[in-house]
Design a protein around this ligand. Structure first.
Ligand code: FAD
Length: 367
């Protein structure tokens, strides 16, 4: 069986590698150089809970994907020699107001159904283990199961693994259209060639809606720009992710840290603005004011592929055989990559998956 995967971000690469591991012939098509710019520009949190204000139907899949992370990243490291730096440091989700504190107390109950070690810490205890935290925090929720990867390294490892594993990696020509006849999608066309396959996977992130519109498939995906600042020379070391409603601070293995992230509706514009910087510095001053003395090493910008319910599309589209979607991962594409890859490979090769993908049905907004 030959599968064509369109888009070489974290999702397309993960899907391509899983299909190849199970014996499929795979062609990975990427429009712009190596691809995956947004994936590489992301904060890399593997965080089923800390960006999730309430219990959501997506949680079982978040949790399954989190559980796959140690093995998934270890295998990538062994195969490529590039360490994606998976670290299960845990996260302190901090309350900056009494209302935030109420929310954290309410969240503990459902989070404990997954992470039994999750616990509330009073402010002095939280500051004892993370001295960079603001004196003024109300409370913290310790989430020991959360962690992070270094996303630039992860993307380098994924692209290297694709090249080493006998996947045909076709870069530089965007897929302009999907070839279809009588409800069956059988290939893709670029400006320079056409290619046929037994299954087509669309993993085109924030560019998904335009590719599917000519087939009259309506899957809303909007780019939401995110800017992150890279900080060095930290005045106080940070060990865990520090997350609050205003933003988050993510440590890196080399002693640097990231402060993220803006959420901006700016179309496909990839510039960082002074306003974005101001927003991030304001967040930093609320979470860990000592960090205002750190050095700003630079910034990254990415376009999150957001959907109306912030959940991805994983699966098939009614009325279109052989077409699979793995797109619209919004705020959780790094977290969800391994489980998405397993689910899509299951669907293509076995026709079904035991992974909990029901909330991600691509037909939920189709007109
Ligand atoms: C600032 C920021 C912080 C984030 N933090 C986190 C986090 O901590 N944890 C987390 O889980 N997620 C996070 N995310 C979200 C995560 O980065 C995304 O959900 C994820 O990268 C999406 O991956 P993707 O492969 O779908 O998209 P992308 O990485 O955008 O890849 C899609 C690829 O498809 C290619 N493409 C598009 N159209 C075509 C075409 N027609 N033909 C060929 N190729 C095409 C593009 O060039 C691109 O390479 C963050 C995002 C941002 C911006």
């Amino acid at each position: 069986m030959r599968v064509i995967v369109v888009g070489a971000g974290v999702i397309g690469c993960a899907v391509a590698l899983e299909l190849r591991r199970r014996g499929a012939e795979v062609v990975l098509m990427e429009g712009y150089a190596e691809g995956g710019h947004t994936s590489a520009a992301s904060a890399g949190m593997v965080n089923p809970f800390s960006l999730t204000p309430n219990e959501t139907p997506a949680l079982p899949m978040y949790w399954r994907s989190r559980q796959m992370y140690p093995e998934w990243t270890r295998t990538l490291y062994e195969a490529t020699g590039i360490d994606p730096e998976w670290r299960d440091t845990g996260c302190l989700r901090v309350a900056l107001t009494p209302a935030d504190a109420e929310q954290l107390r309410a969240n503990l109950e459902w989070i404990r159904r997954y992470d039994t070690a999750a616990e509330l810490l009073d402010a002095p205890t939280a500051r004892q283990i993370e001295p960079a935290l603001n004196d003024a925090i109300e409370l913290a929720l310790h989430l020991p199961s959360e962690g992070w990867v270094h996303t630039e390294r992860l993307m380098r490892a994924l692209h290297r693994a694709v090249q080493l594993n006998g996947i045909k990696f076709d870069t530089g020509y965007p897929v302009l259209s999907l070839l279809h006849r009588s409800g069956r999608v059988y290939g893709v066309r670029t400006a320079h060639s056409a290619m046929e396959g037994d299954a087509i996977v669309v993993a085109t992130g924030a560019w998904t809606t335009a590719l599917l519109l000519p087939l009259e498939i309506h899957v809303p995906v909007e780019p939401v720009r995110g800017v992150i600042l890279k900080l060095g020379d930290l005045p106080v070391p940070v060990r865990r992710i520090l997350s609050a409603p205003v933003g988050y601070l993510v440590p890196r293995a080399d002693g640097t840290a990231l402060i993220g992230a803006t959420r901006e509706q700016a179309g496909y514009n990839m510039y960082a603005t002074a306003e974005g910087y101001a927003h991030l510095l304001q967040a930093l001053s609320r979470i860990a004011p000592a960090m205002l003395h750190a050095t700003v090493l630079g910034h990254t910008v990415g376009l999150r592929p957001d959907t109306p319910d912030h959940s991805p599309y994983i699966g098939t589209i009614q009325g279109f055989e052989r077409l699979y979607l793995a797109a619209g991962h919004a705020y959780h594409g790094i977290l969800l990559a391994p489980a998405t890859a397993h689910a899509v490979a299951d669907l293509i090769l076995n026709g079904a998956t035991e992974l909990p993908i029901a909330p991600f049905d691509p037909n939920r907004f189709v007109r």
